[in-house]
Ligand binder design. Structure first.
Ligand code: GLC
Length: 476
């Protein structure tokens, strides 16, 4: 087929799909049969701007073009207006979620104002707490981090009666994490787990295998970095989140668990972090700073990691799954990115560990439009929305069945492949610490950040962590 014919065939299929004449499965089957699976997928992902420009908006290519609105949404609330403190204006997911809102409004008549949410999770919690303290009805729907149900439960509209049935199809552990004193206070929207990203082209160029242990990662990062720096002085080996904030707790937990150093606090709320293996794991990470990682990594959150990575300036990165779709949108990394579980320690017993993250939809009890807010949450957590969020933005569904959708595999193979890794993700100690969790985590990441920047030994930091965490429990 000529290029123009292929384009026509792809657009025709996407039109049929958008108009509901064929479903997603039929779309991918027909696209494969016509030899146009790749262009169709890249349009669906918005990954091929040149091609997408040729397609009319209705034919796809625009962010959110694969979103299908569930048929059973209420239409009797038309005219209501709600506000969602949601996607940050800096976020690469913004166009997708704006498109999702537009489709929701078209189907239900409910208007949704997207209020810019902070991209850093700690700051987002702070902003929510201010709203709650004022019992403000300005925001109807929030997105809440998986570590917050115990912190924000008292401000929630319990959702079990209206949305409980939809959670039967979701991962039970995540639903459980959103249940506080028998009330379902958040509906799982997407889940998260820490992953290793690597540059497939550079592994090949330097003849190194994708690392499975931290030692292998250190060696591979060093080799590639030394080679690339000859041409590109900005090139670094490994980027991750080292700033003193919640993301460092996630990274630190992975270092500890993957080398046998425990989970900071055990299930019975004993502080376990002051042990030799955990101390060695923290010391090890400190050697990366100004070595295989840039000195500035101690100030990195996810967006800084993302920027270095998508500019093509790192061999390896630790981030959440969303970075996969973003990598396909940057010329420096498109088609050159592999994804695997994070490395583990060298011990025979050591296993890779991914911190469990993820976000839920939450309705504020101060909302004056609770019915419309609940309808929006129904849409945003539906299998239809979650399927598209996985296809276009590589966000992990909270519904196990969505992992088996062939379109998800076609867009991001790692999602079904790593499902067991995601299911085994390690929770931060938020369940056993409840509303004390933010304070506990603050102690951990502040002390750990000092170790990384060389101002404190890991042994001293671990001792401080232990005494400060115990003091928090004693003050309760
Ligand atoms: C991601 C995770 C969230 C975590 C945050 C840390 O957004 O989904 O659970 O707290 O990163 O930066």
């Amino acid at each position: 087929m000529k290029r123009t014919d292929r384009r026509q065939a792809s657009i025709g299929l996407l039109r049929d799909y958008m108009a509901g004449r064929i479903d997603r499965r039929q779309l991918l089957k027909s696209a494969a049969a016509a030899g146009v699976l790749l262009p169709v997928l890249s349009i669906m992902r918005g990954a091929s701007p040149a091609f997408a420009q040729d397609a009319s908006p209705a034919a796809g290519g625009e962010a959110g073009s694969t979103i299908v609105v569930p048929a059973d949404l209420r239409t009797d609330l038309a005219g209501a207006t709600i506000a969602w403190m949601g996607t940050s204006s800096q976020d690469a997911d913004l166009p997708f979620n704006e498109a999702a809102i537009a489709k929701f409004t078209e189907a239900t008549g409910i208007n949704v104002n997207l209020i810019n949410g902070e991209s850093e999770t700690n700051l987002r919690l702070q902003a929510m707490r201010q709203q709650f303290a004022a019992q403000s009805s300005d925001i109807d729907v929030y997105q809440i981090d998986i570590i917050w149900p115990g912190v924000v439960a008292e401000h929630a509209v319990p959702l079990q009666d209206q949305l409980g049935a939809a959670t039967d199809a979701m991962f039970p552990g995540i639903v459980e994490a959103n249940t506080v004193d028998g009330d379902l206070i958040g509906i799982p929207w997407y889940t998260d787990a820490g992953l290793l990203f690597y540059r497939t082209d550079l592994l090949e160029k330097y003849g190194v295998e994708a690392p499975t242990t931290w030692s292998e990662l250190e060696a591979a990062a060093q080799t590639i970095m030394e080679g690339e720096q000859a041409e590109n002085p900005d090139f670094t080996g490994y980027v991750w989140q080292g700033k003193a904030y919640e993301g460092l707790t996630c990274n630190g937990l992975e270092w500890l668990v993957s080398q046998g150093g425990g989970t900071i606090i055990d299930v019975d709320r004993n502080v376990t972090v002051n042990n030799e293996t955990a101390i060695a794991a923290m010391d090890r990470a400190a050697t990366w700073v100004n070595g295989i990682s840039p000195e500035g990594v101690t100030t990195y959150t996810e967006p800084e990691t993302f920027n270095v990575w998508t500019a093509g300036n790192a061999a390896f990165a630790r981030n959440w799954p969303y970075m996969y779709s973003a990598s396909q949108e940057s010329e420096a990394t498109a088609g050159k990115v592999g994804v695997s579980p994070l490395p583990k320690g060298d011990g025979a017993e050591d296993t890779s560990a991914a911190t469990l993250g993820g976000w839920q939809m939450f309705v504020s009890k101060y909302s004056e439009n609770q019915e419309a807010a609940i309808e929006f949450v129904r849409f945003m957590t539906s299998p239809e929305y979650q399927t598209s969020y996985a296809i276009e933005r590589a966000h992990l569904p909270t519904i196990p069945a969505v992992y088996d959708d062939p379109a998800v595999a076609a867009a991001s193979e790692f999602i079904p492949q790593l499902k067991p890794v995601f299911e085994a993700a390690v929770g931060r100690p938020s369940a056993q610490t409840g509303d004390l969790y933010p304070e506990i985590s603050t102690v951990f990441y502040q002390q750990l950040n000092q170790v990384l920047s060389g101002s404190k030994s890991a042994a001293d930091a671990a001792a401080s962590m232990e005494s400060d965490m115990n003091a928090i429990f004693e003050d309760e």
